[in-house]
Structure formats: C-alpha cells, structure tokens
Ligand binder design. Sequence first.
Ligand code: XMP
Length: 506
Amino acid sequence: NVLILDFGSQYTQLIARRVRELNIYCEIHPFNNLPNNVSSFKAVILSGSPFSVRGEEAPHPDLSEIKGKIPLLGVCYGAQYLAHFNGGNVAPSNTREYGRANLSFIENGELFFEGIETGSQVWMSHSDTIKELPTGAVKLASTGDVENAAYKIEGEATYAIQFHPEVYHSTDGKQLLENFLVKIAGVSQSWTPDNFVDMTVASLKEQVGTEKVVLGLSGGVDSTVAAVLLHRAIGKNLHCIFVNNGLLRKNEFESVLDQYEGMGLNVKGVDASARFLDALKGIDDPEKKRKAIGNVFIDVFDDESHLIEDAKWLGQGTIYPDVIESTSVNGPSATIKSHHNVGGLPDYMKLKIVEPLRMLFKDEVRRVGASMGIDPELLGRHPFPGPGLAIRILGDITPDKVRILQEVDSIFINGLKESGLYNKVWQAGAILLPVNSVGVMGDERTYEKCVALRAVESTDGMTADWVNLPYKFLQKTSNEIINRVKGVNRVVYDISSKPPATIEWE
Ligand code: XMP
C-alpha cells in the first residue's frame, strides 16, 4: 500500500527495504510506468536519480493523480523534481554535497521530524541543490552546506528531503520514514511474516485451485520456502523435483532429500549425475560448462514434468530483486531478457507460472521461512551456485576430481560449523586447481593436486571481502585435508576481494 516511484537511483531498493522493516508493504514501480490504481496507495515516495532535473533526458512523470491528493515524500531527485516544476529553483551547487552531513536546523514542532534532534547525521549525494523552494513551501531543515535540506508544502501532505533517509549512515532515517508513513500518512504496520503467510496461502488457493503445480527444488532457501508455502495451500497437488547433477556437496542429495521428506513435501529425487557428467566431458571453458549444465537440467526437468499428469503450473522461487531488475528504469538486463525469449522454450516452460515470493526480499524470505517453522539450519545455508562444483573445478571435470573436491569441501565446511564460524561467513567453499605441485609424505616424493579455500563476507554477492579466519582454524583444516584426502598435497587460502576478483574462480 506504499508506492515507490523509481527514477533509477542505486538506493531505490534500499528505500523499499527500510519501509518493509517498518512492517509496511511497498512496491517499486518505474517512473515511466505508473500503476493503474495509483489512488489506492496510502503514500508515495519519489526516489533519487542519476539525472539532473535540468537535463533534457531527466524523468518527468505526471504526478497530477498524486501530488496534493496522497501523502507524498520526495527524496533527493524527488525533492528537486517537486521544487523545479512547482515554482522553485534548482541549480548546480557550489560546494561538495556528498557523504556525511549534520542537520544544523530543524523547524520546531513538526510531526515529520518528531524524535529527531539537531545534530542528527544525514547522508548526502547530489550535485544540484534547491536554491529556491517551490510555491507554498516551508523550510523544515538545513545542514551546514545545504540551506533547503527538507521542506513541506503548506496545505498538502507533501514533504521533501535532499538527503537519503534509506542509507544506514542517515542515523535517524528510519525514524523519519516512520514519521512520514505512520504518523502523517496513517499507513498500518501489518506487513509481518505471519500475515504474509496467511494472505499468500489464501491467494495461492484461489489462484491454483485444484490444479497441479510442478516445482524444482535446489536445496536453497528460496525454492524451499516457495515449496512450503505452496504445500500449505495445495498439499499433495504440489509435485517437487530435486535433481542431483552430480556436482552437489558431499552427501547433499541424500540429506536434503531426507529433510524435504521430513517436511511432508511430495518430492521426487532424480539422480541424473551420469547425464550431467557425460555432457561435461572434456569441457574446460567456464561459460560452456554453465551452458552444458543448463541444457541438461532443462532436459531432465522436461522429462520429469511430463511424468506428472495434468500439471498446469510451474512454481518458481523468484524473489523481488529479480522482478525489479526485469522492469527497472535501466531496462531489463541481458540475461533476464533471454528468459523471456519465448521461441523454442522447453515444454515445462509452457506451464502457467506461480511465484509466491515475487514480492519478497531475501531477508524477508528467511523470516517467512522461520515463521513457517523451517529448520533454521536450512534457512541459514550459504548460497551455492547452480552449476555447483563444476565451476570450482578449474579445467575439465572428471568423477575423480568431483570426489576429491567433495571431500575437501566437506572438511572445510564441517570445520567452519564445528568452530562456530559458519554463520559469520556469507559464503565458503573449496576450489580444485588444475596444477600439481611437489610434496613429500614420509620418505616419498609426491606430485599431487593443490586446493584453494575461499571464505567471504558480503551482503548480496555483488561486492565481497575475504574473511580473516583464525590461523589456528586454517592450520587444523589444512592438516586435515592433506592427511585425509588422497591426491591433495597442498592447501592455499584465497585473500582476494571482489572486485577486482570474483567470489567463484570461474
Ligand atoms: P561471482 O563469482 O560472480 O559470484 O562473484 C557471485 C555469487 O553468484 C554465485 N554464482 C552463481 N550462481 N549460477 C548460480 O546460480 C552461476 O552460474 C553462478 N556463478 C556465480 C556465486 O556462488 C556467488 O554467490
């Protein structure tokens, strides 16, 4: 019930996440594609933008349905847009207006600033500044460098701020959003995991009825939570397929399958390892590996979904960031476009699509999973790439290399768990290098494989830094790997950040 109009800012998703943290539901829509039911939203937020309002190509949406009719908050570009087109003046600023600033003046007695004191730190990121306020506006706050840091329009519930309340460095940003949304716009804070589950189960029942749904489980958080929601709605009419591509972690296929069965899901485990390994024979180029794995997956899934008579729906664990990317101001990315390329789709893709998580951020998926009683260990699992160990075995793939890497990975990951380090790391794994090196074991010279260990901290995988694992832990892990895994005589630790490296080696 809150609309966020996106002008292409890198922070738009953050606004949505902050709003959701207040237990308020919100949707992001691009500025050039307003939803039809604008008047049903309880409040509207205009995002920032890389554009200048004075530029010719700048976004100029028609806000006549919104401004003065629905509570409205302009952030950064949004604030400048409201000024520029309503009698104010926006011009390039003379001083740098990036980064940390402090509110030096706040108008007394304003609901908008309730609970926020002068001195409060705010985050600026703009090169234009509002020189003159729009008609009917009253200044609400300033910083040392920015005179018009916040204003409101008299007689309307229209507010504007030059700084970014959504970023962590704006200390009272969340309070400000709460003041605007709850105290001024009167939006209810009822977006909780339990309510989401109730609402979603009810609407899935209505959407799918008594028809059958096929869903591919991966062992990851998103597909699991999507399956449990669908299972609550339609029970045994949900048919899950969990494919072993032979490139999973050690014992992963069996243990995850057990876990799924324990959750009451109707799941079929399909061991297609041989098909995948066969298709990968002799391939050493990373992108070709990904393609080969993708193609076999489609074939296997197509075969399996045909065995389920009368299936009408394909369930998917798509989450909100994927949805936003495909409709964003900056246009869909190349990879997302290829999904929409309808010619030559496999048969299962001709099913109707049901995506119970398409409005949730990753952290919300975990909270919803927890509220449905899914094992916290499953919800806290590190991300694992779809092509699995194939992109952690540099060069060509053989069953023997897969076995070696599974052993190494298992010692590393179990060690992290036993030492209480697993939950402090965002993602970890081992990489099998395509080099042999000389070693000595007993009185024998060896010439065996080298493995790299990688552990990173990150929030979204876009940037990452290596984790400073304790030397004692690395020492113990390295010993265990070399002593126990036949064929490995050297262990190294990857100390590269992303960028310029990536998390995976391929
Ligand atoms: P990179 O290596 O690009 O990885 O820094 C970022 C995140 O994406 C995961 N990753 C993949 N996931 N299919 C996937 O499903 C892939 O082909 C793929 N490649 C990388 C990686 O594990 C990390 O979490």
